[in-house]
Design a protein. Structure first.
Ligand code: SF4
Length: 332
């Protein structure tokens, strides 16, 4: 008789720290609604055992918003769609101030993001100025998310002291062509390999609810696990007006929670971060369920083009759950 997948997770993931493989992840994603709570319980035990109770808090800021030449169908920052996002660039003092405000929430991570295919010389010049300026004035780790990197750019970011680089796979390899046509999954993957090789931490996540099948969702989780990321930001589609995916429905809460549990069980050791879309999909109750179901990191404040919750709400939730915010000294 086939073993129950949550019993398997108990023996394999909780006891031995070995993540579920693709077919096993799919079984978790197919669990009926009445077993979601049980899946979250196992995922939470796994998180506590292999990562501990601390929660990593991060703020993100957009150095360049909108006007991106790429066509990721979920993204309101693409210059190819008629959306309400306008191209804006932030100056360095504003960036340092944003880092200061982020650090004041107790956050240990500050991620500089730009809506680009990859950095051009103008953007690299800004980053060259911004990272030392932040390091000089604020005690916080600086991460970057600037798209596809050349080796020289990657080396320069590492040498500037950027300790983590974000580049999401977004969706599974087999579904990627339905979501993006201006670059390939392989190009994204190559940047991740470069980041790892250069010694920066790898942050790589995806989006749930792009129209992918459950099989493809399991494939994404397995492909992320193969990358062995230090951090996985988990987004839920928030359909943006004007984008090709505007008419898709945001994933329902039970599906989102099944994904939280499944991704944790696929990657027992990673920082699994709630990123965009959780407010819409999960609301307060679901957010809390995820925090006790495998999530161990949050983005505080606003996202790049949508509003999040106030940092105080998230910090109050962590206090209520008795989950300490990870200290900077433990992230270095
Ligand atoms: S996801 Fe990134 S690369 Fe794709 S359109 Fe948006 S900003 Fe550009």
């Amino acid at each position: 008789m086939a073993l129950d997948i949550l019993d398997v997770a108990h023996d394999q993931v909780l006891a031995r720290g070995v993540g579920l493989h693709q077919a096993q992840i799919l079984e978790v994603l197919r669990l009926p609604d009445e077993r979601v709570a049980q899946a979250l319980e196992v995922a939470h035990e796994v998180r506590m055992r292999w990562c501990g109770p601390e929660v990593e808090v991060e703020g993100i800021v957009s150095l360049k918003t909108g006007g991106c030449p790429e066509d990721c169908h979920f993204c309101s920052q693409s210059g190819r769609f008629e959306t309400s996002v306008r191209a804006v660039r932030l100056d360095i003092p504003s960036l340092v101030e944003a880092a200061r405000q982020t650090a004041a929430t107790g956050a240990t991570e500050f991620c500089i993001v730009a809506a680009v295919r990859g950095p051009d010389e103008r953007l690299m010049a800004q980053v060259r100025e911004a990272v030392p300026a932040i390091h000089a004035e604020v005690e916080i780790n600086v991460a970057c998310s600037l798209g596809i990197l050349s080796r020289e750019q990657g080396e320069e970011l590492r040498d500037l002291g950027v300790h983590r680089y974000n580049h999401n796979l977004e969706t599974s390899r087999s579904f990627f062509g339905e979501v993006v046509t201006t670059h390939t999954w392989e190009e994204r993957h190559q940047t991740l390999e470069l980041v790892r090789e250069l010694g920066m931490e790898v942050c790589c996540g995806g989006i749930i609810g792009l129209g992918e099948s459950l099989e493809q969702r399991a494939e994404l989780a397995a492909q992320l696990a193969d990358v062995e990321p230090d951090e996985v930001p988990l987004n839920f589609l928030d359909p943006r007006p004007g984008t090709p995916f505007a008419d898709l429905r945001a994933p329902d809460a039970a599906d989102a929670l099944r994904a939280v549990a499944a991704f944790r069980l696929a990657m027992p050791h990673t920082v699994l971060r709630y990123a965009g879309g959780r407010e819409l999909t999960l609301g307060d109750l679901g957010t809390r369920q995820g925090m006790t179901g495998g999530i161990n990191a949050v983005i505080v404040g606003n996202y790049l083009t949508t509003l999040g919750r106030s940092p105080q709400e998230d910090l109050a939730l962590l206090a209520d759950l008795r989950m300490p915010v990870k200290e900077l000294s433990k992230t270095l």
